[in-house]
Write a protein that binds this ligand. Structure first.
Ligand code: NAP
Length: 252
């Protein structure tokens, strides 16, 4: 078990889309800091598998099946977590998808689905969790955006719009929630080694690797470490920010 570096013991952290990929790495990192993690994902089987893999290592974890786009489902889900754990200290809005296509060929369904899951899902979960955090007068919300939301990308207009929307949404929520003690920040990962990037054509990966000053892809663990910092009191004076974790790909 990793030695705890952040004071997250006893904190409850909900991570959406965390049965696999970056979300699971985030869950594992929080669990290793002695936080209680709640895995949220679409399928019961994958949620149970992820929870078992954490509890098997001696970590504190539970699971909930939930689609981030449903206000009704997420409201009940957060209420159940609060009833079980006493509150929610951190929400990581991580669930996200891609449906890439050049704009002229992009189907309305491809546009709508990406906006619905990535952007509207982040709105739904943030709104529902904020009611609980507001009452507790504290909390940290971390939205997983993307460098594509900053720089755009051919073939990903839907994804770029959803992630750019998340960045603007993060700033607005940070302003609205600050007086209630709730911080909201976004992380913009660059190219991270996951199943999502494994589907990218080789030439696309090669061209991006060339453009990355650190000349390599990042790992889910790199993103997870930034989440720990943004959830902990170590980042108490940081809100409304989008932090790129991209090997220097975007600089401003
Ligand atoms: P991933 O491996 O595809 O995992 C995404 C997870 O979200 C899956 O478990 C998926 O469930 C779940 N999910 C999808 N729709 C959902 C919904 N409506 N409600 C609840 N859960 C849902 O993706 P990833 O690569 O780890 O990416 C995680 C996040 O990082 C995303 O927001 C992505 O945009 C962002 N990101 C990734 C990269 C990268 O390089 N990979 C770079 C920048 C940003 P199913 O398996 O059942 O579909």
């Amino acid at each position: 078990m990793e030695t705890a570096k952040y004071n997250l013991q006893g904190k409850t952290v909900v991570i959406t889309g965390s049965a696999r990929g970056i979300g699971f790495a985030i869950a594992e990192a929080f669990a290793a800091q002695n936080a209680h993690v709640v895995i949220v994902d679409l399928a019961r089987e994958s949620v149970d598998k992820a929870v078992q893999s954490l509890t098997g290592k001696g970590y504190s974890a539970s699971g909930q099946v939930g689609d981030v786009t449903s206000g009704e489902v997420m409201e009940a889900l957060f209420a159940a977590v609060v009833a079980e754990c006493g509150g929610i200290d951190c929400l990581v809005n991580n669930a996200g998808i891609t449906r890439d296509n050049l704009l002229l060929r992009m189907k309305q369904e491809e546009w709508d689905l990406v906006i619905r899951i990535n952007l509207s899902g982040t709105f739904v979960c943030t709104q529902k969790v904020f009611r609980h955090m507001m009452k507790a007068r504290g909390g940290s919300i971390i939205n997983i955006a993307s460098v594509i939301g900053i720089m755009g990308n051919a073939g990903q207009a839907n994804y770029a719009a959803s992630k750019g929307g998340i960045i603007a949404f993060t700033k607005s929520c940070a302003k609205e929630f600050a007086s209630r003690g709730v911080r909201v920040n976004a992380i913009a990962p660059g190219f991270i080694e996951t199943e999502m990037t494994a589907t990218l054509p080789e030439e696309v990966v090669a061209s991006y690797a060339k453009a990355i000053p650190l000349q390599k892809m990042g790992t889910p663990a790199d993103v997870a470490r930034l989440c720990l910092f943004l959830a902990a009191d170590d980042s108490a004076y940081i809100t409304g920010q989008t932090i790129a974790i991209d090997g220097g790909l975007t600089m401003h």
